[in-house]
Design a protein. Structure first.
Length: 122
């Protein structure tokens, strides 16, 4: 199997429809509000960058690169994923959870948020 040049891969990725990010609370699935399109695009861009970093680690392993260099990249990916997760969590709290509280459904939304926070912190 042959691989496409990077430019062709980027063009194909840019032409592909954006992956929808959903927030689920109180048993409902809610896509990110249209006003958050720029935020959504920035998250997708960050995730694509992280994906590239992970592929880079794979290349480093295939090239039998120095272990410390590989571990440094693993740490960078972990930090980037943590930062992305925190940004998503903040967006969820200021959006979905805040709206749930205003509509009288705060208790289950807060419980769900705390469950996620505990998983994220662990």
């Amino acid at each position: 199997m042959t691989s496409r040049p990077r430019a062709a891969k980027r063009a194909a990725a840019a032409a592909a429809p954006a992956v929808a990010v959903h927030h689920a609370h109180a048993g409902h699935d809610h896509p990110i509000a249209p006003r958050a399109d720029e935020h959504h695009a920035a998250l997708v861009k960050r995730l694509n960058r992280i994906e590239g970093q992970v592929r880079g680690i794979g290349r480093m392993l295939a090239e039998d690169r120095y272990c410390v260099d590989i571990l440094t990249q693993v740490s960078a990916v972990r930090s980037a994923l943590d930062a992305l997760g925190l940004e998503l969590l903040e967006h969820h709290l200021h959006g979905c959870v805040q709206q749930a509280v205003k509509s009288g459904q705060g208790e289950p939304a807060i419980d769900e948020a705390m469950h996620v926070i505990r998983k994220f912190a662990g």
